[in-house]
Design a binder for this molecule. Structure first.
Ligand SMILES: [Fe+2]
Ligand SMILES: [Fe+2]
Length: 322
């Protein structure tokens, strides 16, 4: 291929799979198959077009979008924007998760395919809703999507235990933030969409949570170390979105997703399900990690109390100012 017009495919280095990952993926494959079958039995088929009020649709060339059109409030708009841009980044997540599981047997690959297809629906229904209802500037949405996808989601390739721990927390975090966004929006159409998406995220969380439970039984110390690592450095998948810090702060102030929600509704229930603090016979490094985890949860509690007090004080000030 020395023809001037040809483009050489980039050389890809063979992926080196660590021995522990290879063994875990192999040993957990029957459980992945069982959990995938369970998922397929309980999940319900649904269609984005059933959730969109198309009667509200108007052509943008005749009637361009303008800022007075949205009926959602500022924070609800922000939460929808962040929710959609997060879902938009699916190609990056697929690449990572496929890389993590793709070396395994059929059940892992089938799960990744199924999960990706279901996630794709979330961006479709959110975009259709925002565009048809004019609740968000469609030009900004598209520019945001372009920026987000070109940036990608460039995390280090996680090993199996770190990857499973992250996605278990992340799916639950996404479920709760979508659900609370719907409730906060006070729009029955938006709420119905978010209830539907949150039900999917819940089933995703349950798959990852349960497969990691099986991994803990096989490799308790390595699993605890991985879980603690992921709790300590947890970041929402939308962290790469432009102005994410400001947007996340607004979303937290509105109570849609804040430290209290993160600690009490995401971290604690999953850690309890895994029985992290009851595990026996851990090695010294895992014991140390568990101690750091307890300290971290304590610090989060203090920080969440402080944040809540600040929000309450601001609300009282705003009320007094009339
Ligand atoms: Fe999703
Ligand atoms: Fe999900």
């Amino acid at each position: 291929m020395s023809d001037e017009t040809s483009i050489d495919a980039p050389e890809t280095a063979p992926v080196e799979v660590p021995a522990l990952d290879r063994r875990l993926l192999e040993e957990l494959e029957p459980e992945a198959g069982r959990l995938l079958d369970r998922h397929l039995k309980v999940t319900q088929e649904w269609f984005p077009h059933d959730f969109i009020p198309y009667r509200l649709g108007r052509d943008f060339d005749k009637d361009p979008w303008s800022p007075d059109q949205p009926r959602l409030t500022g924070v609800a708009q922000t939460a929808f924007e962040v929710g959609l841009l997060t879902e938009d980044n699916l190609p990056s997540y697929h690449r990572l998760i496929h890389g993590m599981f793709g070396k395994g047997d059929g059940a892992w690959l089938n799960w990744v395919g199924r999960w990706t297809a279901e996630e794709g629906r979330h961006a479709i229904v959110l975009r259709d809703y925002l565009v048809v209802t004019r609740n968000f500037d469609p030009t900004l949405l598209e520019r945001g999507r372009m920026a987000q996808l070109q940036k990608g989601y460039d995390h280090d390739m996680p090993d199996t235990l770190h990857g499973l721990a992250y996605v278990a927390f992340q799916e639950l975090a996404t479920r709760i933030s979508h659900r609370n966004t719907g409730r906060y929006s006070e729009d029955p159409v938006a709420d119905r969409i978010m209830v539907r998406i949150a039900a999917d995220e819940n089933l995703h969380m349950v798959f990852y949570r349960d497969i990691l439970k099986a991994a803990i039984a096989l490799e308790p110390s390595a699993a605890v170390r991985a879980i603690v690592d992921e709790v300590l450095k947890f970041e929402m998948p939308g962290a790469g979105i432009q102005n994410f810090m400001r947007k996340a702060a607004d979303i937290a102030k509105a109570g849609i997703y804040d430290l209290r929600v993160h600690r009490d509704e995401v971290l604690l229930p999953v850690l309890k399900f895994w029985g992290i603090f009851e595990l026996q016979g851990l090695d010294a490094a895992a014991e140390d990690a568990r101690r750091r985890l307890a300290e971290h949860l304590e610090k989060l509690d203090v920080a969440a109390n402080k944040f809540e007090a600040k929000v309450r004080a601001n609300e009282a000030r705003a009320l007094a100012a009339g």
